[in-house]
Design a protein around this ligand. Sequence first.
Ligand code: AMP
Length: 210
Amino acid sequence: MRRIVFLGPPGVGKGTQARTLCARLGILHLSTGDLLRSAVAQGTPLGKSADGHMRAGRLVPDDLVLKILADRLAQPDAQAGFVLDGFPRTEVQAVALDGITLVDGVILFELPVQLLVHRMTERWFCPKCSTVYNFVTRPPKKAGLCDLDGTRLEQRSDDQPDAVRTRLATYQEKTKPLIEFYQQRGLLRKLDASGTAAQVGQRMRALTDD
Ligand code: AMP
């Protein structure tokens, strides 16, 4: 499998697993959330349109997300394969993706909802290299600083309790129906996302070694 979609609720560990899997397979990690956050940080027109939606925990409109996704997938480094992390999130996006590229498999991350809330509210990230830490399960070696480049860690504005609630509700309403969408196509593979990143990584290996 080299053209992979990660499906699952926010906070389930898709980004952490995507980085490991992409490094192992030599494929592109394409996170629409990371692309949007960098557009917001740079103050581009796209970033300005996306900012309010993201802070509130709502989805960014499909047309904006589809454009950045299609542009990124057209670049040379996407041709060897990719993990789409956080895309598609609506049926409109899933149908549009079919017109852009083939997908070999969809990994569904499964975790009880109460664990998701903890993973998000305890999550910190490096604004320079995007490495994600969890102050309970994966703390940085030096408090508040990235292990890799020493940058001061930040908390995502949408990891605050109100936005977290909205994001989980949005997942239930808009994204969960994609499970059925991909099941019907015979593409869905289920992953138990509980435990440490290393444990989940081992299960991921078993699911993707083909
Ligand atoms: P993530 O980093 O995947 O949790 O995404 C953070 C935020 O970016 C989401 O809560 C949305 O506001 C926005 N976003 C990321 N990917 C998408 C997408 N495929 N469709 C709509 N909004 C998205």
